[in-house]
Ligand binder design. Structure first.
Ligand code: FPP
Length: 248
């Protein structure tokens, strides 16, 4: 574990990008890039924990990714199911809690079954959580939250006049999760692509040119070191955040 004095982001969220370009550079089919991407998922899951991170969220499949060629979508779903089956024992042995955000009920039944199993069998672990964003998009999440909130108001469980971020955010997929402190995007693209738009309101962002299959523990450690050098002000001034001088 890292020194407790270091300012480690408790929740790191990553937009894993560049699998396709990694494959293209090598004259390989795109799915080879995704296969190598899964290896990086394994490495980074444990690297983050070693570095002191408590929660890692990975953007694995967006609402928009269904528009990719059908063979690529099918291959990604196959990889996901295989990954979940293979990782379950490791998660249990290494005490990794697994959960998801997104409309997982629209994923293939085989994937849903593995997701239920992995979530259920790891729900007792509390020290470290891996979250996969699957069939996720912030706009869909907003719509789902608004619907659930409206239903709660209609049922008399919430009062419209008392609406606040604190009450509304309980209806997001991330209701019981801390907000991300650090969002990383690989592959040199500098956009957020409908990922945790509300939750990342005060997150720090790091964009690295490294393609996801090449991303290593050292790259993650470098991102955390960069995060450490930043001052998070949450709307306040730098002076307000400095500790008051000790009185004589
Ligand atoms: C972006 O690369 C990556 C994705 C759309 C999906 C990420 C998926 C994986 C890492 C593999 C599956 C994950 C799990 C957890 C089993 P891209 O294809 O958009 O790359 P490009 O922009 O270079 O084309």
């Amino acid at each position: 574990m890292s020194s407790p004095a270091a300012n480690i982001p408790q929740h790191v969220a990553i937009i894993m990008d560049g699998n396709g370009r990694w494959a293209k550079q090598r004259g390989l089919p795109r799915i080879e890039g995704h296969r190598r991407g899964v290896e990086t998922v394994r490495t980074v899951t444990f690297a983050a924990r070693d570095l002191g991170v408590r929660m890692l969220t990975l953007y694995a499949f967006s609402n928009e990714n269904w528009k990719r060629p059908q063979d690529e979508v099918g291959a990604l779903m196959g990889l996901l199911e295989f990954y979940l089956k293979k990782e379950l024992d490791t998660f249990v042995r290494d005490r990794v809690r697994f959960r998801t955000v997104g409309r997982t009920d629209e994923l293939p039944e085989g994937v849903q079954k593995q997701l239920r199993r992995t979530t259920e069998e790891t729900k007792c672990f509390t020290d470290y959580t891996l979250v996969l964003a699957l069939n996720y998009g912030s706009r869909t999440e907003m719509v789902d939250a608004a619907r659930a909130y409206a239903a709660a108001v209609a049922a008399g469980k919430e009062k419209l006049n008392d609406s606040s971020w604190a009450t509304f955010s309980r209806y997001l997929y991330t209701a019981d999760m801390p907000e991300p402190d650090l969002v990383i995007r690989t592959s040199g693209e500098m956009r957020i692509s409908n990922f945790l738009l509300l939750q990342a309101a005060y997150a720090e962002f790091i964009f690295t040119p490294v393609l996801w299959p090449d991303f290593t523990k050292a790259d993650l450690a470098a991102a955390i070191a960069d995060y450490n050098r930043r001052e998070r002000r949450f709307g306040q001034t730098s002076e307000q955040l400095k500790p008051a001088p000790a009185s004589k």
